[in-house]
Design a protein around this ligand. Structure first.
Ligand code: PEP
Ligand code: MG
Length: 757
């Protein structure tokens, strides 16, 4: 059963579009279950009904025609109850509804299971039989398992352009809406540039060759290089591999031959695809043929084919020159499977208008950097097919986390209007550029800025930031191929400190691990967010920590505006150790003749344990900064990068708000200042609640500074305290969000809360 299941899922996922996927599904499933009829009904959300989307056994003419209301018939029951319906005699069931055009009158037994993706019913999978005998428990279990596995595939196909009547208009590009997660607010409209990691077939686009001859010779060179590689392996393993296994290398060599795979790829190039795209097509087909074989040994060979393909691809990509700045069109929308901060940084910033990442969530590091740069971003767009996107015009709606492809004129116009509206809002924000962040009743809130890139420094200028609340030192570390030396670090830090002096600059010590990795210091863990990250790495590598602290201290000489911040503190002992090392570095420098003031040292509260020890922690440091991004993640046990649970990541969750409120009280009781430097501080609703709680300062990306200042200046402290009191009495995040949206709307700040942000 398991093999059949795997095979069907494989066949369906390899189908080029939804229609084919469904046809393959009903065909294979009817055969596997030896039943008379197999059908799929999908929900047409616009018409609010089920449409027969594919069938094997019912009248084929009824596909796209036969419909059922959402609560109609046995199919409707399956969807409503979100569980299987299994009856031996369908016609005698009270909910049975006969659909004449399908010709199902001869059928008796009915088994339907829901197709559910991320909690949403997409449709119903049905098998029917003429004999009056119920389907067995095993059939039911099989269908449920299959449906659960296929839901993602079908959701994907649906997202990229299913027309519910089953008819796809040829040559007329269909508008496609792809739902992801809002990563950074704003609207971008522009051409797509797909960025893909090396040797990854999934992200190789089909594209016409610029020069067929050149592509052919690139292919020949790549094939030859891989042949040499294989021959090398054959020789190296001659002694330690059995003869038959070693002979496999000969098979590989013959597959790569010009009149086998090599020849086929060459043919595809001549037919109009570039070498990488042609290779991808051929490898996919070869691998698919092997995967469909019944013999398990031959099936396994698909893995070898893919591996060979990847080796050739790697060679082809080696020869591909890196994109230069001029290769990026104006208004580039950068799209990739798993875009990292470093990948974004490869694009000239003035040409980058939007970002789309297939994986990740709004709190992944890349999204934070995108927000810092003010670039509209959608993450977790798992239904994007990279290979079809290169060069296409795309609308990125960073408010709703939506992508729109082939947008018709009215939609395009709508987004142009939003862009205009945004520009108007930005002009409004500009009016408070020179003004202090004072609420209407005179209450002052200090706004600080979060930095990482030098671009942030430039963008922060003249926006009234009273200091840097969080300088993420890992960002300059990411843009290198090794740890920067102490001198290099000193130069980088000096620039930051100088740029803001005499205002304070809070430098956070290296916070890697979790989703923040350095290419030259890979950390592979089962559970990275609960593993080796932040201060834990620094204390395990005092040589790295000490060199960073020395660089910071030396950089601050004469400026005296450095504050050091320690991330991910989860115990008092960590604080003691870190403070000891900081002191030691400072003493060493004194002994070396430097005259440097001992900087203030602060701790981040980012884990629930630290909330409960806020008093003890505050007693040991000069200031506290709350990392609300991680605190939300750890309070709610929701991975901030996982799109599947993104809906559960709620900064307005009562438990999170309560933790934030308790922490500020504890810290003030100990006479220390406290700020929030997570994303919540840069959201007008979040900023209103945090200032009402009594936070002394809020630190946010440069792109949020004027917006938050503008919003707080229109509100009074008394008003936001009333709101806070009400919000703290609510028992769920959705209520808190919508209450704040209403209140901000009433206060004339509705434009800031589009799509609930
Ligand atoms: C946070 O966790 O809120 C924070 C500011 O740190 P980072 O987002 O860099 O993990
Ligand atoms: Mg953090």
């Amino acid at each position: 059963m398991l093999n059949t299941l795997k095979r069907i899922v494989q066949e369906v996922s390899l189908a080029p579009d939804l229609d084919d996927a469904l046809s393959v599904l009903v065909f294979s499933l009817r055969k596997a279950m030896k039943t008379d009829v197999c059908s799929v009904y999908l929900i047409d959300t616009q018409k609010a009904c089920y449409v027969l989307a594919a069938t094997e056994g019912l009248n084929p003419k009824s596909v796209g025609q036969a419909t059922l209301g959402l609560s109609e018939g046995l199919v409707g029951q399956v969807g409503l109850r979100e569980e299987p319906v299994n009856v031996a005699s369908a016609a005698s069931h009270p909910k049975y509804r006969y659909i004449a055009e399908t010709g199902e009158e001869r059928l008796s037994a009915f088994l339907g299971v829901p197709i559910i993706h991320h909690g949403r019913v997409l449709g119903v999978l049905v098998v029917q039989h003429a004999q009056e005998r119920g389907f067995g428990q095993e059939d039911e279990a099989f269908l449920i398992t299959l449906s659960a596995q296929l839901a993602g595939v079908l959701a994907h196909a649906e997202a990229i352009g299913f027309s519910a009547n089953g008819v796809k208009k040829k040559n007329v590009p269909q508008v496609k809406r792809i739902q992801g997660i809002a990563g950074s607010p704003g609207i971008a409209i522009g051409p797509v540039v797909v960025m893909y990691p090396p040797a990854d077939f999934d992200s190789v686009p089909d594209r016409p060759p610029r020069n067929i001859k050149k592509e052919q010779s690139k292919l020949s060179a790549a094939l030859e290089a891989v042949r040499q590689e294989i021959k090398g392996l054959q020789v190296r393993h001659a002694a330690n591999l059995p003869k038959e296994e070693n002979a496999l290398f000969d098979v590989y060599l013959s597959i790569l031959d010009e009149d086998a795979l090599g020849g086929e790829v060459a043919g595809r190039i001549t037919a109009g695809n570039w070498a990488q795209g042609a290779l991808k097509q051929v490898i996919t087909e070869y691998a698919r043929n092997f995967e469909l074989m019944d013999d398990p040994y031959l099936r396994e060979r698909a893995v070898d084919i893919k591996d060979l393909g990847r080796r050739v691809l790697a060679r082809l990509q080696e020869k591909e020159p890196q994109r230069s700045d001029s290769d990026y069109p104006e208004g580039t929308i950068l799209v990739g499977e798993e875009l990292s901060t470093a990948m974004i940084m490869a694009v000239p910033i003035e040409k980058l208008s939007g970002i789309v990442s297939v994986t990740g969530s709004s709190n992944s590091h890349m999204a934070i950097v995108a927000r810092a740069l003010g670039i509209p971003t959608v993450v977790g767009a798992s239904h994007v097919r990279l290979s079809k996107l290169e060069g296409q015009g795309l609308i990125v709606d960073g408010y709703q986390g939506q992508l729109i492809l082939n947008a018709p004129e009215p939609i395009r116009q709508h987004y142009d209007e939003i862009l205009l509206e945004e520009q108007q809002l930005v002009q409004d924000f500009e009016t408070c550029r020179e003004l202090p962040c004072e609420m209407s009743d005179g209450h002052a809130v200090a706004l600080w800025v979060n930095t990482g890139l030098m671009a942030d420094v430039v963008r922060s200028k003249g926006r009234g930031a009273e200091g840097v609340g969080l300088y993420r030192t890992e960002i300059p570390f990411m843009a290198r191929d090794r740890f920067p030396s102490e001198d290099e670090q000193q130069a980088i830090y000096r620039k930051q400190l100088e740029a803001f002096a005499p205002l304070p600059v809070t430098m956070r010590t290296l916070d890697i691990g979790g989703d923040k990795s350095l290419p030259y210091f890979p950390i592979s863990e089962e559970n990275p967010f609960l593993g080796w990250r932040g201060i834990r790495i620094s204390l395990d590598h005092p040589e790295i920590f000490l060199s960073q602290i020395r660089a910071m201290l030396k950089a601050s000489a004469g400026l005296n505006n450095l504050r050091i911040l320690l991330p991910m503190i989860s115990s008092i002992l960590e604080l003691e150790d870190a403070r000891y090392l900081i002191h030691r570095a400072w003493m060493e420098l004194q002994n070396e003749g430097y005259s440097i003031l001992m900087p203030q040292v602060g701790a981040m509260i980012e884990v629930p344990g630290a909330v409960y020890q806020a008093r003890e922690i505050a007693a040991m440091v000069d200031f506290i900064s709350v990392g609300s991004n991680d605190l939300t993640q750890y309070m709610l046990a929701v991975d901030r990068n996982n799109p599947r649970v993104a809906g559960l990541y709620q900064s307005f969750h009562p438990a999170v708000l309560c933790a934030l409120s308790d922490t500020v009280k504890a810290c003030h009781e100990m006479g220390k200042t406290i700020s929030v430097c997570g994303e919540m501080a840069g959201d007008p609703a979040g900023a209103a609640l945090l200032s009402a709680m009594g936070y002394d300062s809020l630190s946010m990306s440069a792109s949020s500074l004027l917006k938050v200042k503008w919003a707080l200046r229109q509100l009074s402290h008394g008003q936001t305290k009333d709101w806070l009191e009400h919000v703290l009495s609510l028992d769920n995040a959705a209520m808190a969000q919508s209450y704040m949206r209403i209140k901000l709307g009433e206060a004339g700040l509705g434009g800031l809360t589009r799509a609930g942000k």
